[in-house]
Each structure stands twice: as C-alpha cells, then as structure tokens.
Design a protein around this ligand. Structure first.
Ligand code: CMP
Length: 138
C-alpha cells in the first residue's frame, strides 16, 4: 500500500531531509517515487482544497510555496495509518516523543512533514504528484 508524504519547506531548508528519510526507512517504509518540487500557489491551493475555508488556509499556502519540498510516495503495509503514527500530531507540542514532528518540527504550521490522512486521500495525493509510470518500481 502507498501513501504520500511531503517533507515541507521548513525541513528542506533546515537540511533535515536525510534525517527524516532515514527515520521513515528505519520504520519500514520504502521510497517508491520522490521529487523535489516548488509548488505554485495554484498547486498548493488545489492540494489543500479541503482546508480552503479554514483560517490557516492562506498562511498554509504561503508557507508551502515558500521553497522546495520533497514529495514522496512511500510503501509499506498499513502505510497510511503507520505514517501518521510515525510523524506524530500536527502540533509538535502535542506529538509523542520520538515522532518526526516532535524531533524536527518548528510549529503547528511549520511542522516538517505532511502525510495523507486516509486511503482515499492517499490515492488522490499520490496521483497529484506522480504518474503511474513513476510508481512501477524496479
Ligand atoms: P498537513 O498535514 O500538511 O495538513 C494541513 C496543514 O495545515 C497541517 O499539516 C498544518 O501544517 C497546517 N495547519 C496550520 N494551522 C493548523 C490548525 N490550526 N489545524 C490544523 N492544521 C493546521
């Protein structure tokens, strides 16, 4: 099963990409596709469409377009729920010790990593970044 992660602009800028990837690989995830992307405003608005009415939508789009981010299609069994466990709560102040956000996130907005929240959204979000031929593996 695949899920989508995005190592966000704060973590890429702070050179935490390698540490976060190592953390995920150590937890059993396999990288099936990866691309460094600088999202446009239109792309970020479309990706976060479900949050359009929320007060944090505009700052979220501004942040997500502020620099390069690393989109990852990650595979393992129970990938969606497992990735959410390993990254921890949205707000690093509430994340459990040892989770990616507890270790590397700056704040609820600059929270280092995104993960799909359901199998349906994982399929949509993987498709947002990657074409079928990029997911075929070896
Ligand atoms: P992410 O998993 O990328 O999905 C939506 C993002 O909105 C979330 O991570 C946070 O970075 C950001 N965000 C900012 N403020 C809030 C908030 N009050 N509640 C939820 N998400 C927020």
């Amino acid at each position: 099963m695949l899920t989508l992660a995005i190592i966000k602009p704060d973590a890429v800028k702070n050179r935490l990409t390698g540490k976060i990837l190592a953390h995920l690989e150590a937890d059993g995830f396999v990288v099936r596709a990866a691309r460094l992307v600088k999202l446009t405003v239109a792309e970020a608005e479309s990706f976060y469409e479900v949050h359009r009415a929320r007060p944090f939508f505009r700052p979220l789009v501004t942040f997500m377009t502020s620099g390069p981010a690393l989109a990852l299609a990650l595979e393992r069994d129970d990938a969606v729920m497992r990735l959410r466990d390993v990254i921890g709560a949205t707000d690093p102040a509430e994340a459990k010790p040892g989770t990616v956000r507890k270790l590397y996130a700056e704040s609820k907005e600059r929270n280092a990593i995104h993960a799909s929240d359901s199998p349906e959204n994982a399929a949509r979000e993987v498709g947002f970044f990657f074409a079928e031929r990029e997911l075929r593996g070896l």
